[in-house]
Design a protein around this ligand. Sequence first.
Ligand code: ADP
Length: 461
Amino acid sequence: MKLSIRTRLSLVFTGLSAALLILFGWTVYTLMASNLERELREDTQHDLTQVLGEFKKLPWEKFLVELDEESEEFSLTIQVVDNEGRSTYRTTGIAEWDWPVDKNVAARAAKGRIWSDAQIGDQDHLVLSLPLFPPGRPHHILQIANSRADKERILNQLIACVNIGTLIVIAAVAFAGHYFSKHALAPVEDIREAADHITASNLTERLTYDGPPDELMRLTSTLNGLLNRVQEALERLQRFVADASHELRIPLTGLRGTIEIALRRDRSPEEYKQALETALSESEHMSEMVSELLMLARGDAGAEKIEKTTVALRAFMENLTEEANALNAEGRVQIECAPVPDLSALFDEAKIYHALINLLENAIKYNKPGGRVALAVRHESDHITFDVSDTGIGLADADKKRIFERFYRVDRARSRQSGGTGLGLSIASQIARAHGGSLTVESRLGEGSTFRLTIPHIKNV
Ligand code: ADP
């Protein structure tokens, strides 16, 4: 059975209080009982001192008579037993069957003072027994008894008080626990209700809590932080969907326009061929964009697997330089690769290659005729850095911050003209992040840029 937090809190408080009270009651009872027993022994010792005083002063017969008077005056319960175990004196009013001689106790007392218990009449008594040696007579046993009735009454009253007190306190704690836990948990219920009302359509609303800076305040701000992140993610997604639709509409409109114009009247085979070539280039652009979008979406969803293998950097950079030269077939720029360290590193070769090709494409595309593109790789303590530098058009500070956003292009026309989708840097940055690394840029407008892809270097590869 699942209990609510409120019930569990009440039960824990009540159970704990009950256990503490029972422990307290038991301790008080034990202390009280041992104190009362000690007092009873002291009283009995005191009675004995008095009786022994008389014994020392008086001859035996007179002592027995004096015992009777003392018993009466100080309410003592005394018995004297002779060496054969017969009772020779018993306080007046106590019959033989009330306090029969315990031969075993008498025999042990003959060797010295002993304490024992006895039932005298209907009351439990503490009995002190010791040997007396009257001059010229065999030894006798003197027994002084003190009733435990008072002690038991006091203890019974104590038990009753502790029991009633315990019950009252447990009831009070149970009630208070229930009441205060309800009171304490009320803001949690308020927060839950408020959170329940937040949906995608009112995601700008936030939870409020006007209590002290306690756990609930922290819970509220954590939940609000979560809502902020969800809202940002949703807005990013909405922007992305809107941008993607918009970006796809441009080539689609172009494609449609080309076909419509071509069909408007009869045309020569050359004209049809040219229209089809334009349509092909638009559809290629669209298909490139769709596959890049798909890659980004898979990366966002964590579905794009990073398959790390040990890669020899020298061969890797050679391939990269070769492909960069192929991209620069017209020889617009000059491409160079700095000496590569003889090192192997662990990363997803295809993905890092893809990211660096995106950077190289840009470095060629956004360069000035006759400019330079430099490729370099460095190993620094725990990471590996790939630099792609160019002497191209560079970036303004405001653009530097935004170029990693999806579809952001400084010069939309120039990018599209050169076949850009506005997704290359987003993909490269996503690949770097998936490796636990980063992609950054240093750039000066009109002078050129350096894109730096850094990934952790995993040792012993
Ligand atoms: P695109 O397909 O437009 O090249 P990217 O995501 O690769 O998309 O780049 C985004 C924008 O960043 C580009 O449109 C361009 O304006 C700018 N950019 C990228 N690389 C460079 C570079 N090396 N020099 C100057 N601008 C660049």
